[in-house]
Write a protein that binds this ligand. Structure first.
Ligand code: FES
Length: 474
């Protein structure tokens, strides 16, 4: 191991090498040494959490679950599944292993694997997880889902299709900003959820993800720098409320209210004179999360004051280029919306109102506040499927519509099988989904006074016996 090339290259290069490995190999690498453990469990390597396919031996970070096959299998074993759900702890006669016994074993193995990952893996990589896919999991229970969401608060894609979770599993949504980044939520076939889940989802979507110091401490990164800077950039303000937590391997940085940071920038050679830890992040993706919602104002950039100062309610001037907002050290002198969008994707910016403000900073040309170009970068939920969630009522739908706040990004809404939802609540919700193309809107065909009969796509569950539909009687 001592002569291994990985031990001779910088962390960034080693992580790049590790990025070609699958989760099983990363798990093995994590057992080699302390350094390999830290590298293999870098949050950037664990964007997709797909334990169900991993439990089937499909060791890939790319979702490969064949939904049609799963649905067919679920359909064929529908009755048996119900029995298994409620008889997991039944005694098993090892001598006669029929199909049911094998299936029970499989469920237990899946649950056991989920519990292990919950205990040993997610506390270290959870903050990097963007996608959680637990579709068709038979081993998932509420307690596991609750813990999982708590450990992965920045999740963007949540797929719980055809699982038996209920409202209890979503208890962590909205707490400390958990779920605030959700873009895609698929709860199709989760027949146990009620309006309470939608209330929690609504709360989560309107919260700001919060990265707390104590959460980061769970990680095993050896190199961490906690920097507390005053406006002059020294470390004398230890008792100040402000601090920026910078790690080489955790790319979330927390900026608390009352925080004041100053970074100088050398215009001549474009080498930012920042703290070492921040400088090391140059060229790597950096996620920024503001934990409060201060009234951020975008200042302007002048060559005379090549300095970024951020404090409560203010973002003022900065130099020609910034590595804080733009780790690729790009110059936005010729910025265009297209150019910027591309970069925002590369940098994995969060879809938050606050981040919009940050993106504005990136896009500002020096010296001209009027040249801010990214005013309309919208964010929020893009996909919501509640197909087959027959306990959902108008109350749950209206919980999503609070104070007429819009879902500007929602492009897919499936309420098939939610036959208790009336046209009134439906209209309330659809009216705030400003980007929703009605061909991607699905709901019960028998709703009275159908407001979108000409444009919407109706109920999808007529031909799907595994999901509730008032016509099939499920
Ligand atoms: Fe009414 Fe499917 S729920 S038609």
């Amino acid at each position: 191991v001592n002569s291994c090339v990985v031990d001779k290259v910088p962390d960034e290069v080693a992580i790049q090498i590790f990025s070609y490995l699958n989760p099983q190999d990363l798990g093995r690498c994590a057992q080699v040494s302390h350094r390999w453990n830290r590298l293999a469990l870098d949050t950037s390597l664990w964007r997709n959490f797909l334990p169900i396919q991993w439990s089937k031996g499909v060791w890939s970070f790319t979702p490969m679950v064949d939904i049609e096959v799963e649905e067919q299998s679920l359909l064929e074993n529908k009755d048996e599944c119900v029995a298994i759900y409620y008889d997991e702890d039944a005694d098993i006669d090892e001598s006669e292993e029929d199909d049911d016994t094998k299936r029970i074993k499989k469920i237990k193995m899946e649950t056991s694997m989920l519990m292990s990952m919950m205990k040993y893996l997610l506390p270290k990589v959870g903050y990097g997880v963007k996608t959680i896919n637990l579709a068709f999991s038979q081993g998932l229970v509420n307690g596991l889902l609750y813990k999982m969401l708590s450990l992965c608060p920045l999740v963007e894609n949540l797929d719980l299709t055809h699982t038996r979770v209920s409202d209890l599993g979503f208890k962590s949504l909205g707490r400390n900003g958990c779920g605030g980044n959700l873009k895609r939520v698929d709860l199709a076939g989760c027949k146990n959820i009620t309006d309470v889940t939608l209330e929690r989802l609504s709360q989560a979507l309107r919260s700001k993800p919060e990265i707390r110091q104590e959460d980061c401490d769970d990680n095993n990164h050896e190199e961490k720098n906690e920097i507390e800077l005053n406006e002059k950039g020294d470390k004398s303000s230890k008792d100040s409320d402000c601090h920026v937590t910078c790690r080489q391997n955790i790319k979330e940085q927390t900026v608390h209210e009352d925080c004041k940071i100053s970074f100088t920038n050398d215009i001549e050679d474009h080498s930012p004179r920042m703290s070492e830890s921040l400088a090391n992040q140059k060229g790597r993706s950096v996620d920024l999360t503001l934990t409060t919602t201060p009234t951020l104002k975008v200042g302007y950039i002048t060559e005379e004051s090549p300095r970024l100062t951020l404090n409560t309610g203010n973002i003022s001037s900065f130099g020609q280029r910034t590595s804080l907002c733009c780790p690729k050290n790009c110059c936005f002198d010729t910025a265009s919306v297209k150019h910027f969008d591309q970069h925002s994707k590369n940098m994995n910016f969060k879809c938050l109102t606050d981040i919009n403000e940050w993106t504005k900073i990136c896009a500002v040309k020096h010296g001209h506040e009027s040249e801010i170009i990214c005013d309309n970068l919208e964010c929020g939920l893009e996909y919501l499927s509640l197909s087959g969630c027959s306990h959902i009522t108008d109350k749950g739908i209206r919980a999503l519509v609070i104070d007429q706040q819009t879902f500007p990004s929602l492009q897919f809404l499936d309420l098939s099988g939610c036959d208790k939802v009336t046209s009134l609540a439906l209209t309330d919700l659809v009216s705030v989904c400003t980007s929703l193309d009605h061909q991607f809107l699905y709901y019960c065909d028998n709703v009275t006074a159908d407001p979108y009969s000409d444009s919407a796509s109706g109920c999808q569950n007529l031909e799907c016996p595994t999901r509730a539909c008032c016509r099939t009687g499920c």
